[in-house]
Design a protein around this ligand. Structure first.
Ligand code: FAD
Length: 478
């Protein structure tokens, strides 16, 4: 009804423009003028498509009161979900609204990451998701046009292990190969031959991902996803979800629920930039709010209710410092892969002018300043691994916060077992950006097809928290 009213309004607007345009076209050839008017009349009879209407409503700043799917958080994961939902339902499909509280993305995790892409995992799900991430980048121009550039550097991803970690590296490399990953195990000597700049004295083994591994620009990927979603008709609304509204559904009986106690979550309360509060009803809601997913889940009573609602989402905010430094004297060359030290510290080239990025997960308690931490903890490890790094100059640093799943380090994806229409996509810790294309596609499959159709992520569901079955990755590798 509302759509029809907007449609009528837009048709009238078109008519006004049509009339005013005619005044300035007196010198037009009569035949051309007739053809033009006929063409515009046909447009009016046809009317704008549903997708165009969505775009025009957004341009007019109309607040949508209903979403088929409401996504909270327009970072890489939320935007990927929006893109896949629209991609799979064709242009005239469901109404997808993304609520994003910070349209500049100044603090969102996605844009603060160095964008590593690799398949060094023990869990098949993680390997498959990251392989799809690589495939998505490979074919990105086909999907979004030749102008798109995500700066993928396919220089590989090298994980180094000391004696204690070597067997895990071997075990993981076998699983990875089963899923089509191309990697090679390198002994101390082989490492030295391939990378003469490296000190290998305290290294036992290395595993180098040879294909579909390296790094890319996360900001570019987010922009492409967002562009893709809006182009297909998803609407982004600036605002912060600050609460949920519930509705008594006493007729609903579910496993693990007390009789006549079910309250469905069905509206979000959104604080707009001008301070107004508005509500939006939804058929499905997906919380993809990165580090703030825990707070939002609590607003939906997850972790604060009883029965199935008593189990909290095990998401905590974890800090990571990222540093940019210059190595003026003969830096490691263009074939330098993203390299992960046995200590967990990683580094990679940043451009071709001798600049590098590096970082590490911070210990749970760290009172050091970013510079202090660099001098005390980072610099000695860098110098040990690459003697040429003994004369580096720290240029810049920033602190990124990521959504750590302290239960088992793996992502949590799918509906909450109590609500059915409330989905979660979070906890991908240090590899959420490379897996964002696969996560978005998986959530779209769940909503539209009722099941995972490509990569089976059932084991990453919320249910594992209820039955206490962790899905450990061997080690969280950058
Ligand atoms: C330093 C660092 C290094 C990393 N390195 C890598 C790496 O090399 N490779 C890799 O794959 N991953 C890496 N990660 C992890 C990766 O960046 C994240 O897993 C991923 O970006 C998470 O995406 P997201 O969309 O869930 O979260 P975000 O990008 O944080 O997006 C969430 C969005 O939700 C919005 N939001 C929050 N609350 C609300 C609300 N109430 N209402 C409306 N909007 C809301 C926020 O404004 C934000 O824009 C790294 C992370 C960090 C911090």
């Amino acid at each position: 009804m509302f759509t029809r009213r907007v449609s009528k309004f837009l048709i009238n607007v078109n008519r006004c423009f049509h009339t005013s345009k005619n005044y300035s076209k007196d010198s037009e050839h009569p035949l051309l003028r007739t053809l033009r008017i006929l063409k515009e009349d046909f447009y009016r009879i046809e009317g704008p498509s549903k997708n165009e209407l969505e775009k025009q409503r957004a341009l007019m700043g109309l607040f949508p009161r209903h979403a088929d799917v409401l996504i909270i958080g327009g970072g890489a994961i939320g935007s990927s979900i929006a893109y896949w939902l629209k991609e799979k339902t064709s242009r005239e499909g469901i109404r997808v609204i993304v609520i994003e509280k910070d349209m500049t993305y100044s603090k969102c995790t996605t844009v603060l990451s160095p964008g590593a892409l690799h398949q060094h995992f023990a869990l098949p799900e993680n390997i498959q998701m990251s392989l799809f991430g690589a495939e998505f980048l490979r074919t990105i121009k086909k999907r979004f046009g030749n102008g798109v550039q995500v700066n993928f550097n396919p220089q590989g991803h090298l994980v180094l292990a000391d004696e204690a970690g070597a067997q895990h590296l071997v075990d993981n490399s076998v699983i990875e190969r089963e899923f089509g990953v191309i990697n090679e195990l390198l002994s101390k000597e082989q490492l030295k031959n391939k990378f003469p700049w490296m000190n290998v004295e305290d290294v036992e083994l290395g595993c180098l991902g040879l294909e579909k591994q390296g790094w890319f620009d996360p900001w570019a990927l987010l922009s492409v996803m967002r562009y893709g979603a809006t182009d297909l008709g998803a609407q982004y609304v600036e605002g912060e979800v600050v609460d949920f509204l519930f509705k008594d559904k006493q007729e609903y009986i579910g496993e693990g629920m007390e009789d006549a106690s079910y309250e469905a979550v069905q509206e979000a309360v959104i604080k707009l930039p001008d301070g107004q509060h508005k509500t939006m009803e939804f058929a499905f809601c997906i919380i993809a709010a990165g580090t703030e997913t825990l707070e939002l889940s609590q607003l939906a009573r997850i972790g604060t209710g009883s029965g199935m609602l008593s189990i909290p989402l095990p998401i905590e905010k974890r800090k990571r410092f990222v540093y940019k430094f210059d190595c003026p004297e003969s830096p490691p060359g263009i074939n330098t892969p993203m390299t992960v030290d046995p200590s967990g510290l990683y580094f990679r080239r940043h451009g071709l002018g001798g600049s590098f990025l590096c970082g590490v997960s911070l210990p749970e308690k760290c009172d050091d300043s970013p510079e202090g931490f660099f001098n005390h903890q980072i610099s000695p490890v860098l110098q040990n691994r690459v003697p040429k790094f003994s004369d580096i100059k720290l240029r810049n640093s920033w602190c990124g916060i990521y959504e750590n799943n302290y239960f088992d380090d793996s992502g949590i994806i799918g509906p909450h077992p109590y609500y059915h229409n409330l989905y979660i996509a979070t906890g991908f810790s240090a590899y959420g950006i490379q897996q964002a294309p696969a996560i978005g596609r998986a959530v779209a499959e769940l909503i539209l097809d009722g099941d995972f159709k490509t990569i089976d992520l059932t084991r990453f569901g919320f249910d594992r928290l209820i039955v206490d079955k962790p899905m450990y990755e061997y080690r969280q590798i950058q």
